[in-house]
Design a protein around this ligand. Structure first.
Ligand code: COA
Length: 171
């Protein structure tokens, strides 16, 4: 299993996986555009050349937001999503980014459980955010993960001692 940057040449596979995972999967064109958007990055996981999953995010100043996150159906619940998220958090901490945000559909029980397990806290709900069948919409739940511990005596945020090392170097 290898982790490496998700790049423009991966857009077709990324889009295929996305469409398998989500009710409104993103197109090839969406991935082509996103993977060329400034401040937007991805990490992919492969096993024997096969794309098992990826996480895509945007960094603005000292905040980052997960744009999408997918593990292939057959590869789920084996710690791979956690490995990708840990790799992302390690990079963000190294870059002194303080907070990571994510929006999750309120009917996505596996993802809600996943983010809670990974110490994200609920900030609020956005009504009628995600489309579902028959022209219905459901809420998005917005979560935040603080990436650094606040130590008042040290006047600021310091790196969490439990950081894992960045498993690969990205620009
Ligand atoms: C969310 C997702 C990325 C998690 O990836 P994963 O590789 O299965 O996650 P891990 O194996 O590292 O973590 C497992 C944890 O996730 C949660 N989880 C994963 N699948 C679950 C399921 N079917 N039911 C309930 N909880 C689940 C649990 O908290 C679980 O911890 P546990 O094993 O201690 O119960 C994956 O389910 C996925 O790709 N889903 C479809 C796309 C999606 O919803 N992406 C997130 C959009 S915000």
């Amino acid at each position: 299993m290898t982790l490496s940057p998700l790049t423009l040449r991966d857009y077709r596979e990324a889009s295929t996986l996305h469409q398998e995972a989500f009710f409104t999967g993103w197109s090839d064109t969406s991935f082509q555009e996103l993977l060329q958007t400034p401040h937007t990055f991805g990490i992919q996981m492969r096993e024997k050349e096969n794309l098992l999953g990826y996480i895509l995010w945007r960094e603005i100043e000292d905040e980052a937001e997960i744009l999408t996150f997918v593990i292939a159906t057959h590869a789920r619940q084996k710690g791979r999503g956690s490995a990708l998220l840990n790799a992302l958090c390690a990079r963000l901490k190294r870059k002194e980014i303080q907070s990571l945000f994510i929006e999750v559909a309120e009917d996505n029980i596996p993802a809600l459980s996943f983010y809670q397990k990974h110490a994200f806290t609920l900030l609020g709900k956005r009504k009628n955010y995600y489309a579902r069948e028959n022209n219905t919409y459901i809420c998005a739940m917005t979560f935040q993960k603080k990436l650094h511990e606040y130590l008042p005596k040290q006047k600021g945020f310091i790196k969490n001692k439990k950081d894992v090392d960045d498993p690969f170097i990205m620009k």
